[in-house]
Design a binder for this molecule. Structure first.
Ligand SMILES: [Zn+2]
Ligand SMILES: [Zn+2]
Length: 331
């Protein structure tokens, strides 16, 4: 917080029309319905709070829509619009508010009406956010912004088909020391976003009281990572470490890991489809024999501690195949 350049926040909005429609519908399973307009009004109050914390604080907002991702607002490249003078509003707040509302309405209106909605382009929005951070740091003499972070406001469930690109984006964020915070505003818990927050040192919150969204945002996500050490910010007490197999892109309880390239498969394969390594028939027989019966495959791979997933460190041991708690690898 002592850095004169302030803190940077990138916000990723999940703008899935179907999920927002479901979120706004009152039902016994949805005790606290939240519409997109109500969500946006609370979000704008949070974004204004971020800008109000320090004059130098910067902000970028991205939208993840079905099949595409867009930049909704960037304080380093603000839209050139003439504003009417209003004595009751602070111009920087008004610029963010009017731009975000207008851009979200534009993008939602431009969406086609297909029979089946495409998955939202979360990976595209995430990589855009990382690229914009890199570009801004390039403009500032290759100095990465202080406390860079990304807040993902998600309403969609996991899309297992995007497992590999999303994990690659998380590893890029980790390398750039970008913190990823996640607020699952509606829908089930997301395995991949839990892992994103865990691996980058961010917070993951699954919102149950949606009527208190603004309070959650301000209490948990307003303080930049550097001052969270002295605040009691919510952390995850349970993390789902399951992965998606590379062959069918489904989330697996028991996976088989290639000891050469760490590709994950849901069943023993004679040749790794990624690195083309061939495995001996004896290994395959042993792996097949060790597979749990269908009725007992449901292994809870949720761990209650904060240790990093042990797959990567153990898989480099290329001497003997050993089953772990629920991940098995070739050797
Ligand atoms: Zn598979
Ligand atoms: Zn391999």
């Amino acid at each position: 917080m002592n850095d004169p350049r302030g803190s940077h926040l990138s916000v990723l909005l999940d703008l899935s029309p179907t999920q927002w429609h479901l979120s706004a519908l009152p039902s016994p399973a949805n005790a606290y319905p939240l519409s997109l307009s109500s969500f946006l009004s609370q979000l704008l109050a949070f974004l204004n709070s971020h800008l109000a914390c320090k004059h130098e604080n910067s902000l970028a907002i991205f939208g993840a829509l079905p099949g595409k991702s867009v930049v909704l607002y960037s304080s380093t490249n603000p839209p050139n619009v003439s504003q009417t003078i209003d004595a009751n509003s602070y111009p920087p707040f008004k610029l963010v508010d009017s731009t975000v509302v207008l851009r979200v309405a534009e993008e939602m209106d431009n969406l086609d009406d297909p029979e089946e909605e495409e998955p939202i382009a979360l990976v595209g929005a995430l990589t855009k956010a990382l690229c914009c951070m890199l570009w801004d740091s390039h403009l500032q003499g290759h100095q990465m912004m202080p406390d860079p972070r990304i807040l993902i406001l998600s309403v969609s469930p996991d899309h297992a088909t995007s497992y590999i690109p999303i994990m690659n984006s998380i590893f890029s964020a980790q390398k750039l020391k970008v913190t990823i915070d996640v607020c699952q505003v509606y829908g089930p818990e997301t395995v991949f976003l839990q892992q994103a927050a865990h691996l980058t040192g961010g917070s993951y919150i699954h919102l149950e009281r949606r009527d208190a969204l603004l309070q959650y945002l301000i209490m948990s996500f307003l303080p930049p990572p550097s001052i969270r050490k002295i605040l009691s910010v919510p952390t995850q007490d349970r993390i789902d470490f399951r992965a998606a197999c590379f062959c069918h892109k489904t989330i697996v309880d028991v996976g088989f890991v290639c000891s050469v390239c760490l590709s994950i498969f849901c069943q023993p394969v004679p040749v790794c489809s990624t690195c083309r390594t061939k495995f001996p028939i004896k290994t395959l027989q042993r792996l097949n024999a060790s597979r749990p019966l269908p009725s007992t495959t449901a292994v809870n791979n949720t761990r209650s501690d904060h240790r990093p997933n042990s797959i990567r460190s153990k898989c480099t041991n290329n001497t003997e195949f050993q089953p772990t708690c629920s991940i098995k690898w070739y050797r």
